[in-house]
Design a protein around this ligand. Sequence first.
Ligand SMILES: [Zn+2]
Length: 289
Amino acid sequence: VTAPITFSGNPLDRASERRTDAAWLADLRAAGRFLPFWQNRPLIKDGRAAFQAWSPELGSGTCVFLGLENAQGYFAIEIGGETAPALAGEFQEMRPAALVLPPRDAAIAGQAKTLLDWHARHGFCPNCGHATEMKDGGWRWLCPACGSEHFPRTDPVVIMLPVLGDECLLGRNARFVNGLWSAFAGFVEPGETLEEAVRRELKEETALQVGAVRYQQSQPWPFPSSLMLGCHAEALSRDFRIDGMEIAEARWMTKVEVRARLADKIVDEIRLPPGIAIARHLLMEWVKG
Ligand SMILES: [Zn+2]
């Protein structure tokens, strides 16, 4: 059993079979709990997602249905404007917020962020360009002009730890600051399996030859709409070559070294991924074996 991962474990029942009923949703909304967002940031109060009853301060921005808990409807609402609305609490960036929220709140806020993000960028039909209409509490757009339907997207991303015997290969991405070394990652492309995407990305980034690919676990990653698919990849040799562009440095690390680094027993310029990242979970599973 793997450790719980940030943004997973959402307790809400999405009621996908009922949210198509507009009258049912309207009743729920009348007594609903709302999580305000402003400029893509959830409202946090006392270390919790600040769900609240309806009030005029919440305005008339995009409101999406998140799900049910104990027959109570939960919603998220985007508040527009240049200045933060006067509500109790603080609008916090999702990443730091996820570090302080209880796991259930982080998962709900992540779901809400991805959905509101999608709405902010998809007001027009990709088929004909007409303004679309939101349906099913935000889980479907319908174009009144051409009749096409559009659904919130999730982008699969493979993230993989190459392993060979007692060693794993870690890289430092050129975009990472502060000496962060991590697993390798990339978007799954159309027409690819998970395993093919893992092999292609590793070939592109490290010229590493890879055999078996083993899926470990996944993580919703609301920046803006990824699903991280964590894998271990069996390297066929230790030979690698980095391009120095996307990956600035790479090197093999033994289990002994990774265990020591996870336990903060080695103090130098190398940092392993933080607990919020699935890459750390890949390392934690690997050193168990
Ligand atoms: Zn259309």
